[in-house]
Design a binder for this molecule. Structure first.
Ligand code: NAD
Ligand code: ZN
Length: 248
């Protein structure tokens, strides 16, 4: 493990362009449950069923009740953890170009990262299905579900549900970053949801080094990534940052 931490720190300081791809696992230590993995929502519900646009359109009350309301509550209470803060420090030190995140929790920006692609949108903002007006999560009246806009239209989060398109700008910029980076850090993602999970493949095809940080192996492990550092993202980032900043 120590050897892998050292190798990662060395790779970060030696690389010309580092890109991070993050997933729900990086926010677990901030108290937001992931979809898959231990303690994930998957154990209670099938996210593919609830987080699909067809499910939302068919029964918005149910999706608000089971998924959106609770997620907003978790996000409201959450603060960036050591992994978010480590990535923010890397950006400040000029050692990280961009974060491509699948998360909708806004914690990378809260940690101080300026260049973040929110691949799946965010839950900070919601909009009306009828008139398109935007409203922040905090302003929503949840006394009746689904919550409604003043025009009577149903509100939905400004996210990308399963079955919806990634914003073309986000997709093309992410692809370009994956093609041109020489190191991709893949943190806390099960690497199952595409096209986000394609980014490490593109990086690899273009000869970038790919390092995973995760509690468990993923479909990338041993195939696409050079190696995986197994453990909690916060602990691992503390050790990488220690190595980079103090050489200890
Ligand atoms: P996922 O839920 O499919 O997988 C989570 C991954 O994180 C697993 O591989 C797990 O082993 C790993 N993990 C768990 N705890 C960890 C820790 N402390 N440190 C490091 N790794 C840890 O997540 P995904 O790949 O991002 O895909 C799920 C989709 O769900 C995404 O598209 C995302 O938009 C959405 N989602 C987002 C949030 C959030 O914004 N925080 C939360 C749940 C789901
Ligand atoms: Zn409206």
């Amino acid at each position: 493990m120590e050897d892998l931490i050292k190798r990662t720190a060395k790779a970060i300081s030696g690389a010309k362009k580092v890109v991070a791809l993050t997933g729900a696992g990086i926010s677990v230590e901030s108290g937001i449950p992931p979809f898959r993995g231990k303690g994930g929502l998957w154990e209670k519900i099938d996210p593919m069923e609830y987080a699909h646009i067809d499910a939302f359109m068919k029964d918005p009350k149910k999706v608000w009740d089971v998924l959106i309301r609770e997620t907003n509550e978790f996000i409201e209470k959450a603060a960036p953890n050591d992994a978010h803060l480590g990535l923010a420090r890397l950006e400040k030190m000029g050692m990280l170009k961009t974060i491509i995140t699948q998360n909708i929790d806004g914690l990378h920006q809260a940690a101080g990262n300026l260049d973040v692609i929110e691949f799946h949108g965010n839950f900070a903002w919601h909009y009306c299905l009828d008139c398109g007006e935007k409203i922040t999560a905090k302003e929503i009246d949840l006394s009746e579900l689904p919550p409604r806009c003043h025009c009577g239209g149903i509100l939905r989060p400004d996210c990308v549900f399963f079955g919806e398109m990634i914003l073309p700008d986000h997709l093309s910029r992410s692809r370009h970053l994956a093609e041109t980076c020489d190191l991709m850090l893949v943190v806390g993602t099960s690497a199952i949801v595409h096209p986000a999970a394609t980014m490490p493949l593109i990086a690899r095809e273009n000869n970038a080094m790919v390092v995973e940080i995760n509690m468990e192996a993923t479909p990338l492990t041993g195939v696409v990534s050079d190696f995986i550092i197994t453990g909690k993202a916060g602990d691992i980032f503390n050790r990488i940052m220690d190595e980079l900043e103090n050489g200890v």
